[in-house]
Design a protein around this ligand. Structure first.
Ligand SMILES: *Cc1c(COP(=O)(O)O)cnc(C)c1O
Length: 388
């Protein structure tokens, strides 16, 4: 049976070229990067190279790159590490974020709220973007940290992070951005954005799972989060995952090198998909603005349809996509992101996220549209909502 994967925002397959550079670090060059003998030194040299590659890709310094176990840990560290450290130092106890962040960021901020911080969750407009004026109004002399994601994982909208960072800095607050979902299609330049902290992940860019990076600008000093040995210049304990580190660096290098070409391809496929379903399936809408949006994302509401039923029908036809974020599917709550952009509850449930990637082909898109036409019609015939 034909299978089509349209869930690249949940995870991506490892690029074979990435796997190739990783493999020797699981078999032959297996030393602990902290050991002083030659096995350790070989591993440490590979980690050093990887750090340099990643730093070059995002215009950072080598010493500003910290490896973590993924985007989730990077977000936890950015929030908890800076909030605790700088409250101690400055007395500031207010955190600002948005209503549409990834759960790893939202839950970290809520955790700090439980530990005495004041928190503001900024609203977004119906396009899914945060206005710098909205941030400006929420900032106080007590604000220690502002965290706004670069690109949203559910609807793909891109935030004006450079302006937001500038706005935060004017009031003496630090600025963090979760760039996990942006890095596959946007050129990241930490100096230009001027964020103090940025989170990245390996498995959203055809690299391995379980590896990520927190960029920490020189001079910014978050508390340690993962406490242990002297790894990562004493800032992050735990034996370095050398194969994953090497893989993430190669994945990012290839991503940057092939970005223009991949974006062109992926955007064309996504646009073909939106155009075809728009023309061939009645009563649908695309969620989130189309202007400032990553090329791989289409989030679509099918009116009078239960999203979970449609997901299952698509799965039976070999098609993989998602209802919002992988982290919250399985729950009956409508997506917090769709709620934040004002999609009515009753139709938010009929929303599906299709995310395209570099292995997607035009005939995949056509197959999915054909199956969607058939299944949407079938489910609507059965739906009690259709008669409304
Ligand atoms: C996937 C994702 C994360 C989490 O990264 P992991 O490496 O899976 O922990 C964080 N933020 C966003 C926006 C994501 O899409």
């Amino acid at each position: 049976m034909k299978r089509v994967y349209l869930d690249y925002a949940a995870t991506t397959p490892i690029d074979k070229r990435v796997l190739e550079v990783m493999t020797p670090y699981m078999t032959d060059i297996y030393g602990n990067a902290n050991s002083v003998h030659s096995y350790g030194r070989e591993a440490a040299a590979a980690v050093d190279n990887a750090r340099r590659t990643i730093a070059d890709c995002i215009n950072a310094k080598r010493t500003e790159i910290y490896f973590t176990s993924g985007g989730t840990e990077a977000n936890n560290w950015a929030v908890k590490g800076t909030a605790i450290r700088y409250r101690e130092e400055t007395g500031r106890n207010h955190i600002i974020t948005t209503q549409i962040e990834h759960p790893s960021l939202l839950e970290s901020v809520k955790y700090m709220e439980k530990h005495g911080f004041d928190v503001t969750f900024l609203p977004v407009d119906s396009d899914g973007t945060v206005k710098p004026e909205t941030l400006e109004k929420a900032l106080t002399d007590k604000t220690v940290l502002v965290s706004v994601m670069t690109a949203n994982n559910e609807i793909g909208t891109v935030q004006p992070v450079k302006e937001l960072a500038e706005t935060a800095h004017r009031r003496g607050a630090l600025f963090h951005t979760d760039a996990v979902q942006a890095m596959s299609s946007m050129k990241i330049d930490v100096r230009d954005t001027n964020a103090d902290l940025m989170s990245f992940s390996g498995h959203k860019i055809y690299g391995p799972k379980g590896i990520g990076v927190l960029f920490v600008k020189s001079g910014v000093k978050p508390d340690k989060f993962m406490i242990g040995g002297h790894q990562e210049r004493t800032m992050r304990g735990g034996t370095t995952n050398v194969p994953a580190v090497v893989g993430m660096a190669e994945a990012l290098r290839l991503t940057v090198e092939e970005m223009e070409e991949n974006n062109k391809k992926v955007r064309a496929l996504r646009d073909r998909f939106i155009e075809r379903i728009g023309a061939e399936i009645p009563r649908i809408r695309v969620n989130g603005g189309m202007k400032n949006r990553v090329p791989q994302n289409a989030n679509v509401t099918f009116e009078f349809i239960e999203g979970e039923s449609l997901l299952l029908s698509l799965d039976l036809a070999g098609i993989a996509c998602s209802s919002g974020s992988a982290c919250s599917s399985g729950s009956l709550e409508p997506s917090h992101v769709l709620m934040a952009i004002g999609v009515p509850v009753e139709i938010a449930h009929g929303s599906i996220r299709f995310t395209f990637g570099k292995n997607t082909e035009e005939n995949d898109v056509d197959y999915v549209v054909d199956v969607l036409k058939r299944e949407v019609e079938r489910l609507r015939k059965m739906s009690p909502l259709t008669s409304l």
